[in-house]
Design a protein around this ligand. Structure first.
Ligand code: CAO
Length: 444
């Protein structure tokens, strides 16, 4: 066994660089390329790897020392054949000097290569990362940590900008990263500005004192907004959404609606396009059962429902509610209009009970009475799809020989991509559009 003196290899243009971390102690076994010490200049942090495998027998430097190329830092009792006569090259590393690891600019691509930790309600590591998206340069600029600590943090998905360093000059050490993870696991996660991640594993929005910029007033959110907000948030985070946009020609449908309007009014019923859409949607749901379904909680099965209860998003002074019209497949246009009028009135009067809002299989959100061209509704999970209706407009449409005035309604369907493929998504919207363009198909 030969003892080899380890010296600082060629570290480029750096001279008199401070030792900020000693990563080994006498008695430790090291392999080739294991990091021995961390150096920090005013421009970069770098780790010095071991050129040989063996056992550390002496550490000749202390934290805070200044070192340059050739400075003797420690002795290694070289194991096996890797041993080389130390006296041959007493003042230099045995092997061609490995380049110091990652001075600052090199850290950026290193961090950038690894995908940023994905927020996940289920992953404690991702919760630890909760703060703001990790930007490699930002990390380099704002967090004081050695490459090995950065690598450790990256491995566990911890954003170093959220970790308080307890080392010299606020340097973040491995123990700080471990403490940050423990804090998250025990529910004490503190993010910058005192904001709390809410356990959702997503970066919190920074807290801002808006009154610094002008006068403000603070109003508490209404009860319904608070409740629906939680559901929307959960759906937004859990459901991989895709929104398919489409449009359909409802000229004939609307003519039929107008033809029926007077008769309907005599029965106290207001016919709007929505009820026709409900019927067309249910027919399409029968053609595409994956849209009238839910995923099992473990995500391994799809539960197809053989009943057709359509939730209708209703705008009320207190917020959004989604009462459910039951058995739409078994009801005619008048009965559906009656149901719709009743639940809308109940919703606006704040008189909906839990049973009125339970059991939906698919939701429609209609903004067509207000305006807009297209929007991306949020799936009403655990349902897997939702339709958004926008305002129909008269448009010139080419019919093969001339432009004809047609009433065209834009609509969209957002769906859970785990349950529904893109091709299925557009087949569904095309089918709904075809039914709405020619209502006769609904009786086939
Ligand atoms: N294109 C053109 N006109 C439309 C239309 C469309 N897609 N949809 C409705 N209209 C017309 C109706 O025909 C009616 O006009 P007339 O009085 O001349 O017949 C007018 O717009 C108003 O309709 P309405 O909104 O009262 O009735 P509706 O059946 O279309 O909708 C309801 C009922 C409860 C869905 C609706 O009142 C509502 O609350 N919509 C908002 C839903 C919402 O907020 N969704 C957002 C959820 S995400 O935040």
């Amino acid at each position: 066994m030969a003892t080899q003196q380890i010296t600082i290899p060629d570290i480029g243009d750096f001279d008199a660089v401070e030792v900020i971390e000693i990563l080994v102690a006498a008695g430790d076994e090291v392999a080739v390329d294991d990091s021995l010490v961390t150096l920090e200049s005013d421009k970069a942090t770098m780790e010095i790897p071991s050129p040989v495998a063996g056992k550390i027998t002496n550490v000749a430097i202390s934290i805070g020392d200044s070192v340059s190329e050739g400075t003797y830092i420690m002795d290694v009792e070289v194991s096996g054949d890797a041993a080389a006569p130390a006296e041959e090259k007493p003042a230099a590393p045995q092997e061609p000097a490995p380049a110091p690891q990652a001075p600052a600019p090199a850290q950026a691509p290193d961090s950038a290569q690894e995908p940023a930790p994905q927020p996940s309600a289920a992953s404690p590591a991702a919760i630890a990362a909760a703060s703001k998206p990790v930007n490699a340069q930002e990390m380099g600029a704002s967090s004081h940590a050695s490459p090995s600590v950065r690598a450790f943090a990256r491995k566990l998905g911890v954003d170093l900008t959220t970790v308080a360093g307890t080392g010299p000059k606020g340097r973040i050490q491995q123990t700080d990263v471990e403490a940050a993870i423990k804090a998250v696991m025990s529910g004490q996660k503190a993010a910058p500005g005192g904001a709390v991640s809410g356990g959702m594993g997503i970066p919190p929005v920074p807290e801002v004192d808006f009154s610094k910029f002008g006068e403000t007033t603070t109003e508490e959110l209404g009860r319904i907004k608070k409740i629906s907000g939680k559901f929307l948030h959960a759906s937004w985070l859990n459901v991989p959404h895709v929104t398919q946009f489409d449009e359909c020609d409802i000229t004939e449908m609307d003519q039929f609606r107008k033809d029926q309007k007077a008769a309907a009014e005599k029965q106290g019923i207001k016919l709007t396009p929505l009820v026709f859409v409900m019927k067309a949607v249910v027919k399409a749901l029968q053609d595409f059962p994956s849209f009238n379904a839910s995923l099992s909680p473990d995500g391994q099965s799809i539960i197809k429902k053989h009943y057709y209860n359509i939730g209708i998003a209703v705008d009320t002074p207190n917020g959004l509610v989604v009462p459910v019209v039951k058995d739409v497949d078994k009801k005619g246009i008048y009965e559906l209009s009656q149901d719709l009028m009743e639940i809308s009135a109940k919703a606006r009067d704040g008189k909906l009970g839990p049973a009125d809002m339970a059991g939906g299989t698919f939701t429609i959100s209609s903004l067509g009475g207000i305006g807009g061209t297209q929007f991306t509704p949020i799936v009403n999970a655990p349902e897997v799809a939702i339709m958004g209706l926008s305002k129909a407009k008269m448009q010139p449409v080419w019919n093969g020989s001339e432009f004809a005035p047609r009433l065209v309604m834009p609509f969209s369907v957002s769906y859970d991509h785990r349950a529904i493929d893109g091709a299925e998504g557009v087949r569904f919207t095309t089918t709904v559009g075809n039914y709405l363009s020619d209502l006769r198909q609904l009786i086939l």
